[in-house]
Design a protein around this ligand. Sequence first.
Ligand code: BGC
Length: 751
Amino acid sequence: MKHQILVLAVTACLSTGLSAQDKTSVPQLGKASIDEVVAAMTVREKATLLVGDHEFDYYVNGTVKDEIPDIAGTSAAIPRVGIPVTYYTDGPAGVNIAPTRKGTDKTFYCTAFPVATMLASTWNPDLVLKVGEAIGNEALEYGCDIVLAPAINLHRNPLCGRNFEYYSEDPVLIGKTASAMITGIQSNGVGTSLKHFAANNQETFRRENDSRISQRALRELYLRGFEIAVRESHPWTVMSSYNLINGTAASENYKLLTTILRDEWGFNGFVMTDWMRLKIRDIAKQIHAGNEMMMPGYPEQIDDIVAAVEEGRLSEADLDLAVKHMLEVIVRTPRFKGYKFSNDPDLAAHAEITRTAANEGVILLKNEAGTLPLSDKGKKIALFGYGSYDLFAGGVGSGEVNAAKIVNIDEGLRNYGFSLNKELAAIYEGADGEIGISPAYAAMRAADSDIAIVTLRRTAGEYVDRRAIEGDFYLTKLEKDMLKNVSEAFRARGKKVVVILNTGGVIETSSWKEYADAILLPWQPGVEGGNTITDILTGKVNPSGKLTMTWPVEYMDIPSSKNFPYDFEGNSWKAGPVRDSFDPAKRNIGFTEYEEGIWVGYRYFTTYKIPVSFPFGFGLSYTSFAYSAPKVVAGKKGSFTATVTVTNTGKVSGKEVVELYVSAPEGGLEKPVMELKAFGKTGELAPGASETVTLTFTTDDLASFDESQNCWATDAGTYSIHFASSSDDIRESVPLKMRKRSVRTVLTKLD
Ligand code: BGC
């Protein structure tokens, strides 16, 4: 490897006409100004820097030592001008590197934190920031410079395979959660890569698909979370998405990557492509557009850039600007600063953070007649469902984490002191997937156990979208029969059934929820899963998570379902993914019409009054909260401060999420009946205790996007500011008058 570096350095010297002796006078990054370094670099060196060097376990350009096995990517070193290699690791749920290495017994495990959807379900950015701090610390201590996270594409459709890596169907919740994650990670002096920019909402043909979206839906939904995160937390890098938007590839899109991202929002880092591998984009267009770095990089791309400059397809000014943007980030990295990483992050401390964060992200969906909590250690539990013994801590694909150990649900319950039915445990230990539970078997367990807990599990991930079929969005017959048989047997003896949903995404619940006395949604909770779930089941922790997306009655109730990559004929649903080869002219394959426009999630369900199984923002507690003294006060420069007092009116302590929705006055653009504009969470409130929650927003936050004038517009009139416990549980409302219409023009359209 050293040999290759030397060869590269010598070649570079020759091509600038410098002799080896002159090398000492070559401007060095960190000593000379960035402009001087750029001026001293050859075109080939510049091209080399813009092309990723290394991917997972194989070399691409070969300037990099194979120092971190399974690293997602690196930049190239240009030693002649003092540019070091920098390392980029996935991803949203924790650092993703190989846990073992050749020639050493030492392990390099990382913490699998709760998946992104679960972190967002905490509605607690302060807590997300702590998770970010821990992820950033693991990256730093394992020698990484940039974490390829957070991933913030909107939950447009529940079947997107990567929804577990994303936060929500609401852009404000996405933006605030992402800002906290970015701030936390970057507080370690390592960078983030906010991804996938933009409108990458399906996995099927994700490299080729054209997302066709109205300007309004783009601005209000698909770009808005990115806008909030970029403006508030300044990610070091952004990852452009594979897909096209309205006919132009995201990575070749000047309007997206320069006009909007830099000029409008003030982004000051660099943009890298998603992991293209195939030569499907025009490199000169990408660099001109403001997509500085090609990932994971392949050698021909260096030649392509050099040729593009020689042939005048790419100006040297564009090339220099791209290099400058990259160097401005590289000088901030631990590698550049010579940080001595330990390869020994404090995994035990991070497991604690995982448990605390996951505790706040668990959502209690149902709790009839105080079924939960089950604090009595003497209770004999019949634990059903394969997932009870083999939990999905996270999803699959680049967002996976190699953790040393996952605490399963059975282990968590045993840790607390419950006794689990041994025969049942033995049956599941011997199985390799879900098993049938007959009425007779359920009756035996109902006779010798006090309560049944049934876990249903689902996983999903990169490359494939989920399916609206049994075993994915819908329950299998085996699962439904299990629930029915267990429920009837236990209820016949006056005993209860608790259902645990171990899933990264939404599933159908309305057809079977009557079988459950309580339903707990711990998502994919990370390494401490079994302990987290036990904390909630036993009431050690009072649940305070709330849904970040709507759980519909049927899949086809979702407005985007007609335009998601599955065969759809009339009103009948043909199960199964589309397996055909790529066809640019084919709906949902070559292109996807976002026909539903802004009617995504609760914006649609609340406005059109469509029944749902569980609404956006919903989540129960073991206590109850009263809201009082709502107030909105105008401050300076169009800012508003909203306050409401929350009182714990129940018998145990707990936390409450306050959701601030706004209803706009009639007239002007058609608008959703309510939109989330701010949220906050109380601290732990003892029974009888109160806290005043303060939420802020601005006139601009109330704006809708007016396509006809290409501007954000906040209409004059009387708005209603709602303080709510969920999107279908508004507790207090106050009017807010806007005297005049205000407008904020944007710089471009993405059409
Ligand atoms: C994914 C990115 C990921 C990258 C590197 C891509 O296929 O879309 O999210 O960061 O691979 O693993």
